[in-house]
Design a protein around this ligand. Structure first.
Ligand SMILES: Nc1ncnc2c1ncn2[C@@H]1O[C@H](COP(=O)(O)OP(=O)(O)O)[C@@H](O)[C@H]1O
Ligand SMILES: [Mg+2]
Length: 273
């Protein structure tokens, strides 16, 4: 890890430093039957070390926005600026984690984690201590020689988190990473992500359709409208950390869930009280 364990290097420590700026982002997909208007004039500033969750109805453009941030998809209008430079292609400062762990079945866990280094023709040696520490932290130490088929869904997703963190990206983009896991495993993964985020101070942008998960993890929850996705409302989540799963059943938490769900359903924010 770049920072000592337990040290919190988050938004509060970095003040208003902007990691990523999303300026007037609009996206049309061209299809055989015409255009699909996926995003319309999205504007958002994400601070260094901030945890931002993006929620919205299915098909509203959440993945489109995340892929735009990754530099892997073109935008129709607007721009995404990372550390002061427009994103026009993949950037080394960015890591991505998807719903599927996407481990290569013919490689063991260690070889899967080493894979991005091979692609980037980077020596894994200087990162080995870091990788071992991460494996330890996510509970995968001792499983390095196991193949993906020998690991549970949760373990595979832990491996994909280690693979992403191993090369120390500044910004991590996550697209419904726990959507395919059972509820208990999802809780475990949420606690793990909270811990890793608090320790490393990474900037995380996390797409989910699970409102409870969004509130549990995030500093801010951004709600998009139905397609074309626009920002309906941005909710500040001021709950102290570390947050517990038990707190997600408390009345103020549930009140927030209902407020956000209502905004997703209607596309408009109406305070409940
Ligand atoms: N490659 C593509 N070509 C055409 N349409 C697409 C493509 N990818 C996504 N879409 C459409 O754009 C809209 C937004 O998709 P997406 O960003 O995947 O939404 P979400 O992640 O919020 O469910 C959807 O209507 C989807 O069908
Ligand atoms: Mg999606």
């Amino acid at each position: 890890m770049a920072q000592a364990v337990g040290e919190r290097v988050g938004a509060s420590a970095n003040g208003a430093n902007v990691a990523m700026s999303i300026d007037h982002v609009t996206k049309y997909y061209k299809t055989k039957t015409g255009q699909v208007h996926a995003l319309e004039d999205i504007n958002l500033q994400i601070k260094q070390g901030e945890f931002v969750a993006i929620v919205g109805p299915s098909g509203c453009g959440k993945s489109t926005l995340l892929w735009g941030m990754s530099g892997l998809h073109d935008l129709s209008k607007g721009q995404i600026v990372l550390n002061g430079t427009p994103v026009t292609g993949p950037r080394p400062e960015i890591g991505m984690i998807f719903q599927e762990a996407n481990l290569l079945p013919w490689r063991n866990l260690r070889q899967n984690i080493n894979f991005p280094f091979e692609i980037k023709r980077k020596k894994v040696g200087p990162y080995e201590d870091r990788i071992n520490q991460l494996l330890n932290e996510v509970g995968l130490a001792g499983f390095e020689n196991k193949y993906p088929r020998e690991l549970s869904g949760g373990m595979q997703q832990r491996a994909s988190i280690v693979r992403c963190l191993s090369y120390d990206p500044e910004v991590i983009l996550m697209d419904e990473p726990f959507g395919a896991l059972d509820a208990f495993t999802r809780d475990e993964m949420n606690l793990l992500i909270q811990k890793l985020w608090m320790e490393t101070g990474k900037t995380i942008i996390f797409v989910t359709h699970n409102v409870t998960e969004a509130i549990f993890l995030a500093d801010r929850v951004v709600v998009l409208t139905p397609r074309p996705g626009r920002v309906a409302h941005v909710f500040d989540i001021d709950l102290p950390r570390p947050r517990t799963i038990d707190e997600t059943f408390s009345p103020p938490f549930i009140e927030k869930v209902l407020e956000i769900k209502d905004t997703i359903m209607t596309g408009v924010y109406t305070p409940r009280s």
